[in-house]
Design a protein around this ligand. Structure first.
Ligand code: DUC
Ligand code: ZN
Ligand code: ZN
Ligand code: ZN
Length: 483
């Protein structure tokens, strides 16, 4: 029983051409002219692209005294509704908890997913146990490990721990990831702001200036260089961080930056909105920035110095945001975006001419698959690849509104935005999950995707010297006698 997508224009990260696609057994089995199948999906006037992959979500995650309110069911329903066919979520051990124990917790939640998924493992503390459990995590196909340089006293790791973890990852052929903000400075600025009576959501932005991100990004890049591990910097939001990544790339280091659709399209003025709820709903880390930083991020996507557009989808209801009334440091950090990433990037990126269609595919899908060791099974329109596809209608429009979203929260940070470019059909391993714009998913259809270590791009940095190799001893430590 094959399915054929007919009359569309295929758009990949490097090619645009007219052809039909035949799918069977969840895979693409043929690409060519005039195909027919048992079921046909019409792609007239549409583009057929690899489904989006969002490498940065936090579904049902315990955080800041509560749980993010989208779980694997609502989160992946939101993803598919917007043309995203895979998510990589963060398995987050609480400090003191083993990595394998955290993985069990994530396995218990992810069974409800509509689309395929993987995890990154977070390293929220450092110990012999964490060191010992890392190989088994990699053996399970989880080949990327995230470190928080912020959230002091909770998730933050110090530089000695970071260096130890990075060296271990290099041995295992895994990728290091960082949330790059200087947690010590953020803690200091936050305490000062609160003492001055600056308790509202705008103080969240004051407490995390772009310098804290630039400093931490550069520090992580240098430590990764000394450890010899490739580095992926999540939610790159500012020029200082982008500059550090550009410089590293120019020096031949394997470092990638990931702007979020929120940072590309929303700015810091949101925090000065007179309505407390409006501002608090947009509190996330790093905070939204000014137009100059946004321009820097768009330039990075066009030039290739930034590689991926993600969401950091970590949604909290207004009631949850209100935990922080009177103390901005208690507002749960996070915003949603899973359903809106692709239409927002198409509208503000492709339709404005800032990026091409092929670059759109690269930054929403193919680059993610390549960096995280699952290309060409994912992120490709090619014979043998999983049939995770989106039939994209470039002229379809809607106004984004919380009342029609899949996400389990009562607002949307993009409320009222008109978008042009929407999925007509979305397929997950060949099963049609969105049909003519209507969601028709299947809870539990999603499968865990094992990823490869030592993928083609996962090599040590070009400047790497093996710091663990013995160093020559030049002379004894004792001065010669008679001097
Ligand atoms: N930033 C957020 O805003 N939410 C989740 C975690 C993070 O780093
Ligand atoms: Zn983060
Ligand atoms: Zn995150
Ligand atoms: Zn099937």
């Amino acid at each position: 029983m094959s399915t054929v997508i007919k009359n569309g224009t295929i758009v990949t990260h490097d090619l645009t051409y007219k052809a039909d696609i035949r799918i069977d057994g969840g895979k693409i089995i043929e690409i060519g002219p005039n195909l027919s199948g048992d079921t046909e999906l019409d792609a007239t006037g549409a583009y057929v692209m690899p489904g989006g992959i969002d490498p940065h979500t936090h579904l049902e995650m315990p955080f800041m005294g509560t749980y993010s309110s989208d779980d694997f069911e609502s989160g992946t329903r939101a993803a598919l509704s917007g043309g995203t066919t895979m998510v990589i979520d963060f398995a987050l051990p609480s400090p003191g908890q083993g990595l394998l124990d955290a993985l069990k917790m994530w396995d218990n939640k992810s069974g409800r997913a509509h689309c395929d998924y993987s995890y990154h493992m977070a390293v929220t503390w450092w110990s012999q146990q964490v060191f010992d459990e890392m190989p088994e995590v990699v053996a399970r196909g989880i080949t990327s490990f995230k470190h928080f340089l912020a959230y002091k006293g909770a998730l933050m790791v110090n530089d000695d721990e970071l260096f130890a973890s990075f060296q271990r990852l290099r041995e295992l052929g895994a990728i290091a990831m960082v949330h790059a903000e200087n947690g010590d400075v953020v803690a200091e600025l936050s305490a000062r702001l609160l003492a001055e009576g600056n308790t509202g959501p705008e103080a969240h932005a004051y407490s995390r200036p772009s310098q804290v991100e630039g400093e931490a990004t550069n520090r992580a890049i240098m430590i990764a260089d000394m450890a010899g591990v490739p580095l992926y910097v999540v939610h790159t939001s500012c020029e200082e961080s982008h500059e550090a990544i550009r410089r590293a790339k120019q020096a031949g280091k394997r470092v990638w930056g990931e702007p979020l659709i929120q940072h590309l399209t929303l700015d810091e003025s949101e925090y000065f909105h007179p309505d407390w709820d409006h501002a608090a709903r947009r509190v996330m880390s790093p905070p939204f920035r000014n137009k100059a930083h946004q321009d820097s991020l768009w330039a990075g996507l066009a030039s290739g110095s930034l590689s991926v557009v993600a969401t950091d989808h970590c949604a909290f209801t207004t009631d949850q945001k209100r935990y922080g009334v009177g103390d901005f440091t208690k507002i749960p950090n996070g915003t949603g975006g899973l359903e809106d990433r692709m239409p927002m990037l198409w509208t503000h990126g492709v339709r404005t001419g800032r990026i091409t269609m092929n670059e759109f595919v690269a930054v929403t899908s193919t680059n993610v698959a390549k960096i995280f060791g699952m290309y060409p099974r994912k992120g490709a329109v090619a014979v043998g690849a999983d049939a995770d596809l989106v039939v994209w209608d470039p002229e379809a429009t809607k106004t984004i509104t919380a009342s029609k979203q899949a996400s389990n929260i009562d607002y949307n940070v993009f409320e009222g935005q008109e978008v042009t470019g929407l999925p007509r059909h979305v397929l997950s391993r060949g099963r049609v999950m969105v049909n003519d714009g209507v969601f028709d998913g299947q809870e539990g259809h999603g499968q865990f995707v094992e990823r490869c270590p030592n993928g083609p791009v996962n090599q040590a940095l070009s400047t790497w010297k093996d710091l663990t190799a013995p160093r020559p001893v030049q002379r004894s430590g004792i001065p010669a006698t008679g001097v």
